[in-house]
Ligand binder design. Structure first.
Ligand code: CA
Length: 229
């Protein structure tokens, strides 16, 4: 299946040029000529990657970028005006994956798209990164992203959450979690697990209705995915 690229750009010439080249490379594309349409297409077109201009009518690229970030991890490449280094920094802070300075060469755009898709694309089986609605658990960088924001999390908490979320809906007993997360040589008791779960809940409470850190009374815990809706 071909990868889908959403082009959010109000300058028709640039948008069409991008479209032409990307389709020639086998990408499926859609063009949005303002920020609000960009967000609409983000939902309906469900792109694998977004090329996002900054100066846009209705809603600027920063705002669009932030809103898209709240909806998931779809890679975003910002198209910035020449020499605006402040734009690059802001763009990366807003959660953009990369930026391309205008005027650009199509070869460069294609190379950036390939690179970003390779970096963020279909995860290898051993990639230690899990993502759900408004939640990214990265065990390579030991980072927890909640609703697009990095949340300081002690290593064991992160490992515990990762362990549960790696097999959604599977129930683990406290002892299993102690064994598998803390290791057999750990001498703590099962309350350790409860304390860590409690702290995780404080960070994750009310963030999404797509998943929950759930207590299974008399058994243990699970990371429950809500599959309805
Ligand atoms: Ca523009």
């Amino acid at each position: 299946m071909s990868q889908k690229v959403l082009i959010v750009e109000d300058e028709a010439n640039i948008a069409q040029l991008l479209q032409l080249y990307l389709e020639k490379e086998g990408y499926e594309t859609a063009i949005a000529s303002d920020g609000a349409k960009g967000l609409e297409l983000f939902h309906s077109f469900a792109p694998n990657l977004v090329l996002l201009d900054i100066m846009l009518p209705v809603m600027d690229g920063w705002t669009v970028c932030q809103k898209m970030r709240k909806l998931g991890n779809t890679p975003i490449i910002m198209l910035t005006a020449k020499g605006e280094t402040r734009d690059k920094v802001t763009g990366l802070e807003m959660g953009a994956d990369d930026y391309i300075v205008k005027p650009f060469e199509m070869k460069e755009v294609l190379a950036r798209i390939h690179a970003v898709l390779r970096r963020t694309g279909p995860q290898e089986p051993d990639a230690r990164r899990l993502s759900f609605d408004k939640l990214v658990i990265n065990l390579d960088s030991y980072e927890l992203l909640v609703d697009g924001h990095k949340v300081d999390t002690p290593p064991k908490e992160l490992e515990l959450l990762y362990h549960l979320a790696a097999t959604p809906n599977r129930v683990y007993t406290r002892n299993q979690l102690l064994d598998e997360v803390w290791g057999f040589d750990y001498f703590g008791d099962s309350r350790t697990v409860d304390v860590h779960i409690k702290r995780l809940r404080e960070k994750l409470e009310g963030i999404s209705n797509q998943w929950t850190l759930k207590t299974v009374w008399g058994v243990g815990y699970k990371f429950e995915l809500n599959t309805e809706g």
